[in-house]
Design a protein around this ligand. Structure first.
Ligand code: ADP
Length: 494
């Protein structure tokens, strides 16, 4: 089976959040199952300037022209491999739309401008022209799209009459976050493929209110849809979590599935992690607790925290309203009073960044908390390795990877019981959960965690459960293969 994964991020080449982790790790597990899987991402400025024949002799580049609007646009398709694998990785370079800037134009990673939306419309068109309209690059059986950035791909494959002449690939659309939809002005339809595209009922219906919702087009146009946890696949059918698309999801219910994300256990491994100054083995809870204590001592020094034996609470996150950082920051005084030290690592929304910065300047907290406003893989790894408790107070969370990474590093998660957090953390067994998004419930979960922490043997049991939890991709990759089979079945029916 030949699968093309289409996405906006792919770890370790380009990552902003969990989407990058998934795209950089699921294919490795698929490959082990015998799938011929390949990945295509945009050739952002940084990638294009870093990857060249001089720096990467393996790279192969071919030039093409595609039609977008009234102009023929030059593109270069570069082919390399996902680092440390033989999985082909393509990136598409185009000066005007794709390679003119960084990953996303908004630091919170939310679609914020027509310019950003245009970039991904162009990328989607290029993917279809290179991999579906012609057969001499790589003609997949399945095109696996991810989030709004790739929402137009299935429609472009489906509605353009010239593709229907060919046997078209089946399409699957994975929703990593339904809140980020990619709302475009409707004139993009003309640039994409005016005449044919505007005949589609779904495009007509969606554009009647003068905008086109890319994620909705991905949902409506794809053979099967999945989200990244079972709970989230149910939540998005409700008005509370569906972000206005709950009825659309319900209408396609028979084709909507949930597959839990995994993590790359080789990449996230405290015994080999090169970002840690002291590695520790996962063979016993004793070695984890000793390793954690040693890393914590060093991290406290690195971040100018008071060097003492107080337990450390960690948080690593994109800073968006979704992540509930406001609840965390407003509860910091109480957590410090309970006898914790705190470290926050994050970047994103400027208002949230400023709230953290101003909280950190509060003298009462001095020496007991550190806020680092940046994206830094190394510090993130050291926070996982050093934290006793790892907090994720999200308003909603499609899957969440940080709780799984934290558990793998022996940090016990305290999370809101939503989406994938609910599916991966078990109260009193591998962590602590709270239901309502308010301070009382949140602090009550932190207190329960502290009570267990204070009882050495109980804590050892919880940490031991965490490191034994298996979130590797093996099981979920098998579920994706089954889903690809379903997609082929639906595609043959249409
Ligand atoms: P989301 O995809 O919504 O951002 P996830 O929990 O699925 O959330 O994945 C977040 C990923 O991004 C994790 O690998 C986490 O370690 C990483 N990450 C988030 N913020 C930072 C940061 N400031 N520095 C380094 N890594 C970060």
């Amino acid at each position: 089976m030949k699968v093309l994964v289409v996405a906006s991020e792919c770890t370790p080449v380009v990552k902003v959040g969990g989407l990058g982790d998934v795209v950089g790790s699921l294919p490795k597990a698929l490959k082990k199952l015998g799938i011929d899987v390949r990945i295509v991402i945009p050739g952002y400025k940084d990638i294009v300037s870093l990857e060249s024949k001089e720096t990467n002799p393996q790279i192969e580049s071919r030039k093409f022209a595609i039609h977008y609007g009234s102009e023929a646009q030059k593109i270069t398709l570069h082919q390399t491999t996902l680092p440390d694998t033989d999985i082909p990785l393509y990136f598409i370079e185009n000066e005007k739309y794709i390679s003119n800037g960084g990953v996303y134009m908004d630091p919170s990673a939310f679609a914020s401008s027509q310019e950003e939306i245009e970039r991904f419309a162009f990328f989607s068109k290029a993917v279809v022209e290179l991999f579906v309209s012609r057969e001499d690059v790589f003609f997949p059986d399945i095109v696996h799209c991810n989030d709004w950035h790739t929402g137009m791909v299935s429609q472009l494959i489906k509605v353009e009459a010239r593709y229907i002449e060919l046997k078209r690939p089946a399409t699957i659309f994975t929703i990593h976050n339904i809140a980020n939809q990619g709302m475009s002005a409707t004139d993009v339809i003309d640039r994409l493929d005016g005449e044919e595209l505007s005949k589609s009922q779904f495009i007509k219906w969606d554009s009647a209110d003068d905008n086109l919702d890319f994620i909705m087009q991905g949902i409506l146009g794809s053979d099967v849809i999945n989200t990244v946890s079972m709970t989230y696949s149910e939540e998005i059918k409700t008005s509370e979590y569906g972000e206005g698309l709950n009825e659309v999801i319900k209408a396609k219910e028979a084709r909507v599935f949930g597959i839990l994300n995994g993590i790359d256990n080789l990449a996230f491994n405290p015994s080999t992690d090169t970002h840690l100054k002291i590695n520790y083995s996962l063979d016993s809870v004793d070695s984890v607790l000793k390793g954690k204590a040693a890393n914590q001592k060093l991290l406290k020094r690195e971040l100018n925290l008071k060097e003492n034996d107080l337990p450390l609470i960690g948080l690593v996150s994109r800073l968006t309203i979704q992540k509930g950082i406001d609840l965390f920051v407003s509860s910091m005084d109480e957590m410090i009073n309970m006898g914790f030290q705190i470290v926050i690592l994050g970047t994103g929304d400027k208002t949230i960044e400023n709230t953290i910065i101003s909280k950190m300047s509060d003298l009462k907290l001095s020496g007991n908390c550190a806020g680092i406003i940046k994206f830094d893989e190394g510090i993130a790894r050291r926070v996982y390795a050093s934290s006793d408790i790892f907090v994720i107070p999200s308003r909603f969370e499609p899957c969440g990877l940080t709780q799984m990474i934290a558990m793998r590093y022996g940090a016990v998660p305290v999370v809101r019981a939503v989406g994938g957090l609910k599916d991966t953390v078990k109260e009193g067994v591998t962590g602590f959960l709270f239901n309502e998004f308010n301070q009382i419930e949140f602090l009550s979960a932190i207190k329960r965690a502290k009570r267990v922490y204070d009882d050495k043997s109980l804590w050892e049991k919880v940490v031991s459960n965490c490191i034994m939890a298996d979130f590797s991709w093996d099981k979920s990759a098998k579920e994706y293969v089954l889903l690809y089979g379903k997609a082929l079945g639906f595609a043959n029916m249409s």
